[in-house]
Ligand binder design. Structure first.
Ligand code: HEC
Length: 139
């Protein structure tokens, strides 16, 4: 294989990988319901607020979960990425005890706190559904 062919192959592979990684939906599309965000808020207040602040604005040693810095960090990643980090490592003082359903509810609350719009359907907690949603900040 000469160099040009090799570059072409790499570019094709990179494009294919991007196509797989990019979901067909965006967090701007109303991917959770208001009721779900309210359920998530209750969980957040009990499990997360003591470290991340009652308004998701961060606290001693824990980063903010809302605002431009948070969104810039997660921009372009999928909701599944954020979900996995949360489910595997949070709450930091007792990781992994939230169910997938509860984690999805907390996600919904985080999206709503980042001024993303609610919609008609609850955020699904399956990895497949979450991978299909890209994180984007509000318009
Ligand atoms: C005991 C304190 C504590 C609690 C409770 C806690 N967190 Fe965290 N959280 C942290 C710390 C510290 C970090 C930073 C970890 C790191 O950077 O390695 C973090 C990081 C995160 C991140 C990654 C943020 C980013 O932009 O990288 C998310 C998302 C998150 N927490 C969500 C939650 C949720 C949701 C809950 C409640 C279910 C929760 N956390 C409860 C301390 C806590």
């Amino acid at each position: 294989m000469n160099k040009i062919t090799l570059i072409k192959v790499s570019l094709t592979l990179a494009a294919a990988t991007c196509a797989v990684a990019a979901g067909s939906k965006s967090s701007r599309d109303g991917v959770f319901t208001k009721a779900q965000a309210t359920r998530g808020q209750t969980i957040y207040n009990e499990e997360c607020g003591k470290c991340h602040g009652q308004n998701l604005n961060g606290g001693e040693g824990a980063p903010a979960l809302s605002g431009s810095e948070f969104l810039a960090k997660w921009q372009g990643k999928s909701l599944n990425d954020l979900f996995e980090v949360t489910r595997a490592t949070m709450p930091a003082d007792d990781p992994g005890h939230l169910s997938r359903r509860q984690t999805a509810d907390v996600m919904a609350y985080m999206l709503s706190a980042n001024e993303l719009p609610a919609g008609e359907k609850d955020l699904d907690s399956s990895a497949e559904a979450l991978k299909d949603i890209n994180i984007e900040s509000k318009k």
